[in-house]
Design a protein around this ligand. Structure first.
Ligand code: SAM
Ligand code: SF4
Length: 329
């Protein structure tokens, strides 16, 4: 098992399949994009499959989420999903995507064994979407969402990040849209993980502010006990339920104490936290001929050294060198 010195066990593996993307969300990367990782540095499909197998068969991983960058840009994605879903014990297999290309891929991915998707959508206003993501792709995202639902990748979850002065008015329309279409909406507080280091506390809409905006239009009632376990989202029943909305207060309501996640970057580095400043290089070890036992031991050691929390509120907080798109959100 992957246990750290605070007694937390990592069972949820997030795998970045590429650092590339076809959007340029302001909170993630600059309009001109980034210097993408050179192909030889990326794990091959077989290398991804080997590390995921190790995680599931030997290290207690029960949930595998593919992300990026934009994971649908990875040509081998359906095959990677198929190989993951064939593992024993079978993990839950999910995907976080911006939805572009999902219209075509939702069916094949569901057939390959994908269980669920999270689609990121920050605005329903085409002009606002374009301003935020620097690409005029809202219709593709909406088509992708509908295709995911039709393919049975349910519940379809929608992730939204609100930025002051850009899309802060979108909270209510996004919730109405998700209620109308049977999608589960979750708002995520903006974190200091953008490549251009443009995050400011004032620019971020806090969980409290988001709940106040929603509360003015909908009746919100906490869903279940106050204890949210390892689930980062605090969920609320909307207008008496059964529909729900979630708010992930990554900055103002951190859930580090119950974190069960570990990450594998597209170039084969294990990270024990989004905000980790150190990584463990499984790719080079693997390419130098490491055995499964040796790789598993490296992975365990990387998780063992996980810190208690991300410390965004601490004056000594340091933003990690890698941006979110290279870590895998
Ligand atoms: N490209 C895919 C997508 O957008 O869903 C997957 C990768 S993206 C990095 C994963 C999630 O991280 C998205 O829901 C995105 O909104 C979120 N995200 C990116 N940068 C963020 C930031 N600075 N703060 C909070 N969430 C962020
Ligand atoms: Fe691309 Fe996702 Fe980052 Fe937006 S959040 S730029 S879609 S990786």
């Amino acid at each position: 098992m992957l246990v750290d010195t605070f007694g937390r066990t990592a069972t949820d593996l997030r795998v970045s399949l590429t650092d590339r993307c076809n959007l340029r969300c302001t909170y993630c990367m600059p309009p001109e994009g980034l210097d993408w990782l050179p192909k030889p540095e990326l794990l091959t499909d077989d290398e991804v499959a080997r590390l995921v197998r190790l995680g599931v068969e030997r290290l207690g991983i029960t949930e595998v989420r593919y992300t990026g960058g934009e994971p649908l840009l990875r040509r081998g994605i359906a095959d990677i999903v198929r190989r993951t879903a064939a593992l024993e014990p079978r993990p839950q297999v999910s995907l976080t995507t911006n939805g572009i290309g999902l219209e075509r891929l939702a069916g094949p991915l569901a057939d390959a064994g994908l269980d669920r998707v999270n689609v990121s959508l920050d605005s329903l206003d085409r002009a606002v979407f374009k301003r935020l993501a620097h690409r005029d792709r809202l219709p593709d995202v909406l088509a992708g969402l509908a295709a995911a639902r039709a393919a049975g990748l349910v519940p379809v979850k929608v992730n939204a990040v609100l930025m002051r002065g850009i899309n802060e008015r979108e909270a209510v329309p996004l919730l109405r849209f998700c209620l109308d279409n049977g999608y589960q909406l979750r708002f995520i507080e903006q974190m200091p993980l953008d490549a251009q280091h443009g995050w400011t506390r004032d620019g971020m809409l806090t969980a409290d502010e988001i709940l106040a905006m929603l509360g003015a239009e909908f009746a919100l009632e906490p869903d279940g006990p106050a204890e949210r376990g390892s689930a980062p989202a605090e969920t609320f029943l909307v207008d008496g339920g059964p529909a729900r909305v979630g708010v992930i207060g990554s900055v103002t309501r951190p859930f580090c104490g119950a974190c069960d996640r570990v990450r594998l970057t597209a170039d084969g580095q294990v990270r024990n936290c989004l905000f980790a400043t150190e990584e463990s290089n499984l790719r080079d070890a693997m390419r130098a001929g490491a055995t499964d036992d040796e790789l598993a031991e490296r992975w365990r050691a990387a998780v063992r050294s996980k810190r208690a929390g991300h410390g965004i509120d601490d004056p000594s907080f340091l933003q990690p060198a890698r941006p979110m798109s290279a870590i895998g959100g």
